[in-house]
Design a protein around this ligand. Structure first.
Ligand code: URA
Length: 237
């Protein structure tokens, strides 16, 4: 009688992934989403080269929403007392300070809708950074910000943190606008250990919220295993 191998038992729903192994210990300013089987399943869909554009949009949006919610957890609150419809007093908290989003074009633009879903009528700025052909350094090509950005907490949006060059340039531009480093929260889908190390060493006071830390970069500075070119998968049919 030939023996058929038993199917692998299903993972428990709270299965915790070990992807942090790619960066252990984490810099103190880096926060990841809880590495559950649910989250890993979402990443498995968006990483799959056979995933349709529609599914890529849907499932990357789900992760972006989780990331934005986690980013908001890092904003300060102040005590706030309110009265409920039952006539009781409730001692809670309220958000302190104003926020805005800033997307690093073009991929970061895909994260704007997720921020708007959670923060109604949030102001959003944009930064376009590209490689300077002469110097090979990241160069600012365009920016537009809310006029009072220096008084706001900034959620800086970029889905892929590869070498860290664009993120570093974007923070430099924000700081030139008067935004203190500690008021910037960088929100990201997938980071490379190299990019995280470079970015957080340069700016240790800002917070990084990332969903997943991958193995590393290939010779073309793509994140491995990654998901390919985020902008292409999101915008090109
Ligand atoms: N940008 C992408 O879209 N993908 C990568 O892997 C790295 C940067």
């Amino acid at each position: 009688m030939s023996s058929v191998p038993a199917p692998a038992p299903p993972q428990p729903a709270n299965h915790v992934n070990t992807n942090q192994a790619h960066m252990n210990p984490l810099p103190p300013s880096v926060f990841t989403l809880p590495q559950t089987a649910q989250l890993e399943a979402l990443y498995t869909i968006i990483r799959d080269k056979n995933t349709s554009r529609g599914d890529f949009l849907f499932y990357s949006d789900r992760i972006i929403r989780l990331l934005v919610e986690e980013g908001l957890n890092h904003l300060p609150v102040v005590k706030k007392t309110i009265e409920t419809p039952t006539g009781s007093t409730y001692e809670g908290v309220g958000f302190q300070g104003k926020i805005c989003g800033v997307s690093i074009l073009r991929a970061g633009e895909a994260m704007e809708a997720g921020l708007r879903e959670v923060c109604r009528s949030v102001r959003i700025g944009k930064i376009l950074i590209q490689r300077d052909e002469e110097t090979a350094q990241p160069k600012l090509f365009y920016s537009k910000f809310p006029p009072d950005i220096k008084n706001r907490y900034v959620l800086l949006l970029d889905p892929m943190l590869a070498t860290g060059g664009s993120a570093i340039k974007a923070v430099e531009v924000l700081m030139e606008q008067g935004v203190p480093e500690e008021r910037i929260i960088f929100i990201n889908l997938i980071a490379s250990p190299e990019g995280l190390t470079t970015f957080t060493s340069k700016y240790p006071l800002l917070k990084v919220i990332t969903g997943w830390i991958d193995e590393g970069l290939n010779e073309k500075a793509f994140i491995i295993p990654g998901l390919g070119d985020f902008g292409e998968r999101r915008y090109c049919v």
